[in-house]
Each structure stands twice: as structure tokens, then as C-alpha cells.
Design a protein around this ligand. Structure first.
Ligand SMILES: CC(C)(COP(=O)(O)OP(=O)(O)OC[C@H]1O[C@@H](n2cnc3c(N)ncnc32)[C@H](O)[C@@H]1OP(=O)(O)O)[C@@H](O)C(=O)NCCC(=O)NCCS
Length: 233
């Protein structure tokens, strides 16, 4: 049986509090304190909406109330609450989750199977990243020869970041140390203990100006179900 992964997208509004109220999002005091540490209003909004969306999507997936979804973001390196989110549910096996936000989008992936990683980037920014920071040496000739090298680079970026987030390392591992299959749907080599053959990478662009990818570490394979959270009713 394949893993059915939900990817929920929410477009960034002018007023985060209005969306929190409209969607019935639950955001804890600690999450509000954390969001307040961001200087820019857009970063505060992304942080608050990501926290609210995460709880809402997991609650719907599990059939519980959003307030019953616990979230621990303890960083593997320093223990502070800025690491990979791990959810807890009352008397239920929690799914794996991943959170991303960039440009106009906040996204949450929920996987009832293997660990999951989600990434979104503004396409134009990812397309102009320095090649050597994203591509392994063996990938560079193919990228330079691509019909649209910028688009190919943006795709490579989000695919690798999604895979590294699924493995729980994020950008603590340099994307240039990861090699993907030529079609970008698998990790072929990386400097991690997880078997790269278990990775499956899907393209999940939320719109034409943003590139998105989701990676599931699950040997059984996976299907992806994208949802526009703010348009689903
Ligand atoms: C996590 C990371 C990949 C984010 O990259 P980004 O493109 O700026 O941001 P994204 O929006 O795609 O992802 C942010 C989300 O990744 C998640 N995240 C954080 N650390 C993560 C990790 N190690 N693995 C998977 N996901 C992680 C969080 O949910 C975060 O959302 P939040 O800020 O709302 O809590 C990058 O910042 C990173 O690698 N950080 C870890 C580096 C590290 O370990 N540092 C040690 C610090 S003590």
C-alpha cells in the first residue's frame, strides 16, 4: 500500500489575525511569543499561520480538535523550539509532518507513513542561486545544458531541501552533497545513514511563481494530495 500524503497550502493574507479567526486556527502563547521575535510583519504572519495551519491539518487528518494537537519543535542541535516539528495526539499514532513558508505561501505536509519534508521557494530567487551551492559537481553539466537552467536549478533546490527536511537535517547538510536521479524523483547519494532508495520526491508547486517539492522517506511509495486550505469549503 502506498502512503497518501496531504500537502495543504495557504496563501499569505494582509492580516494574519483575520485568517486565524476565520479558519479557527489554534496558536499557542509560546508560538505567539516566538513569532514576535521576528522583526518583519511578513515573517511574523508566516510563523503564526504555519503554526495554526499545522494544527488544523493534523486535526482534520486525525479526527481530533486542533487544541488536542501537541507540537514539539525541539532542535536536535541546541534544544530550542526552532527545529523540525513533531506532533503528539491523544491516544493515537501521530503522522509525520513538515512545514514550509516562502513568498506568498505557507505549506504543511502530513504523512501517515514515512517521514516527510516539504519546501517552497520563490521561483525567481531559487533560479538565480549560485550553482555550486545547490548542485553536486556531477549535476552541473546537465543543469548548464538544460533548456531553462534557472527552472532546472529551482527544481533541484526544492527537491533537495525537501529531502533533507524529510531526513530531519535540513540545510545542516549542504545540498551540493546530495545527488538526485536525473528525473529528480529520488535521492541517489547523500552523506546520511537513511537509505536514499527510500526517498520519493514529488513536484508540488503552489502556483506559477513558486517552486515546491515534497519528499517522503517510505520504501512503499507515495501519492500526494494537494489542498488549497483557504478554498476547500
Ligand atoms: C529548516 C531549514 C531547512 C529551513 O529552511 P527555509 O527554506 O528557510 O525555511 P522553510 O520555510 O522551508 O522551513 C521552515 C520550517 O522547517 C522546519 N524545520 C526546522 N528545522 C528542521 C529540520 N532540521 N528538519 C526538518 N524541518 C525543519 C520548521 O517547521 C520550520 O518552520 P517554522 O520556522 O515555522 O517552525 C533551515 O533553516 C535549516 O536547515 N535549519 C537547520 C540548521 C540547523 O540545524 N541549525 C542548528 C541551529 S542550533
Amino acid at each position: 500500500m502506498t502512503t497518501a500524503v496531504t500537502v495543504a497550502w495557504l496563501s499569505l493574507p494582509g492580516d494574519a489575525e483575520e485568517v486565524i479567526a476565520r479558519e479557527g486556527f489554534v496558536v499557542t502563547g509560546a508560538e505567539r511569543t516566538r513569532a514576535d521575535t521576528y522583526r518583519r510583519a511578513v515573517d511574523r504572519a508566516r510563523s503564526l499561520l504555519a503554526a495554526g495551519l499545522l494544527r488544523a491539518v493534523v486535526a482534520e487528518h486525525a479526527g481530533v480538535r486542533p487544541a488536542e494537537v501537541g507540537v514539539d519543535r525541539a532542535c536536535h542541535t541546541c534544544g530550542r523550539q526552532h527545529g523540525r516539528p513533531v506532533v503528539a495526539l491523544p491516544a493515537l499514532l501521530p503522522p509525520h509532518v513538515s512545514v514550509t513558508h516562502s513568498g506568498s505561501w505557507v505549506g504543511v505536509a502530513v504523512s501517515p507513513g514515512g517521514p516527510v519534508g516539504l519546501d517552497v521557494e520563490v521561483r525567481a530567487a531559487a533560479a538565480s542561486a549560485p550553482l555550486h551551492t545547490v548542485a553536486a559537481e556531477s549535476e552541473r553539466p546537465g543543469l548548464r545544458a538544460a533548456e531553462d537552467p534557472g527552472e532546472a536549478l529551482a527544481r533541484l533546490w526544492v527537491a533537495k531541501e525537501a529531502a533533507l527536511k524529510a531526513a530531519g537535517h535540513g540545510l545542516a547538510v549542504a545540498p551540493a552533497h546530495v545527488v538526485l536521479s536525473s528525473d529528480g524523483t529520488r535521492v541517489r547519494r547523500w552523506p546520511l545513514a537513511d537509505d536514499p532508495e527510500r526517498t520519493v520526491i514529488h513536484c508540488v508547486d503552489p502556483d506559477a511563481t513558486h517552486a515546491g517539492a515534497v519528499c517522503v522517506l517510505d520504501g512503499r511509495g507515495s501519492t500526494v494530495h494537494p489542498v488549497r486550505w483557504d478554498q476547500r469549503r
